[in-house]
Write a protein that binds this ligand. Structure first.
Ligand code: ZN
Length: 281
């Protein structure tokens, strides 16, 4: 979130920088003029800041640094860019430590273990994890958050909330079971996948079932083998349906989308194809 320090009106203070700092001269009317005036004024103010009573430091945050007006990122204005990536293991441990002070945890709960089990979580998601765990504890009339509460909270955040009231036919459940079984089996049989975590046919969010692996450590790059095996796991559900029922369902749509995205990146961005793409010379 943006914190613009300085002499700005409060409504500017509360929005992300890209709300006012988008490139000028694009877009078609409809409030654009006002936004451009705000941006122009902001640029003018930033040039004249802080000579008499010391200097003023202007800070802003955005997720869309690519859409900012060039004049904003020129030296003398926002000239220092600090990237804030997703927290790594040690950062997650420290973030959890801050938020866990507000709750009482049972002996045996290890912050280190929670941090290791939450790669890819943002700071806000880690805070949410503890809130969800606390809610789960309160619902069962206990006072101390135990390991299971944290497991429940993590699954809810990663996989979506359980939809216990959804009515499905036995046949549908059977198809889902084989479908998820296909994912899970390949996940366990292949050598380079992330460790298998959980498989369920309890509908969660928009999914009829979920099979999930959990990375052991933060990954900063992926090998060709790892990506190929991810594609294989993604297509495991569809394969199982075909093998067992000699039929296909629409349930595999997001799997196919996933697999396609991975393959497209492998070929178009990473040069991992022997036949086509960038590495083929
Ligand atoms: Zn699937």
């Amino acid at each position: 979130h943006t914190r613009l320090q300085g002499d700005w009106s409060s409504d500017v203070c509360s929005s992300d920088l890209d709300a006012v700092g988008r490139k000028r001269g694009i877009g078609n009317g409809g409030g654009n003029d006002e936004r451009e005036q705000t941006l122009n004024q902001m640029l003018a103010e930033m040039d004249g800041f802080g000579t008499e009573r010391g200097s003023v430091i202007v800070l802003a945050a955005t997720n869309r640094v690519d859409v900012l007006d060039n004049a904003l990122t020129r030296p003398g204005r926002f000239d220092r860019v600090i990237q804030v990536p997703y927290p790594d293991l040690e950062s997650r441990r420290q973030i959890l430590q801050v938020h866990i002070k507000n709750v009482q945890v049972a002996p045996g709960v290890s912050i280190d273990k929670i941090a290791r089990g939450t790669p890819g979580f943002s700071g806000a998601e880690l805070e949410n994890l503890i809130n969800e765990a606390a809610l789960h504890t309160a619902k069962s009339n206990r006072e101390l958050l135990d390991v299971e509460d944290f497991e429940f909270a993590r699954d809810k955040i990663i996989l979506g909330a359980e939809r216990k009231t959804m009515i499905q036919s036995v046949e549908e459940k059977k198809i889902t079971a084989y479908h998820e079984g296909g994912h899970a089996l390949l996940n366990m049989l292949l050598q380079n996948t992330d460790p298998f975590h959980k498989v369920t046919i309890m509908p969660r969010g928009r999914a009829l079932g979920v099979s999930h692996s959990l990375p052991e450590k933060d990954r900063y790059s992926h090998s060709r083998t790892f990506m190929t095996e991810r594609v294989q796991v993604a297509l495991g559900g569809l394969l199982a349906e075909k093998m067992i029922f000699n039929e296909q369902t629409s349930g595999a749509s997001s799997d196919i989308k996933n697999a396609t995205n991975i393959i497209r990146q492998m070929v178009c961005s990473y040069g991992m194809s022997d036949q086509i793409g960038r590495a083929h010379v």
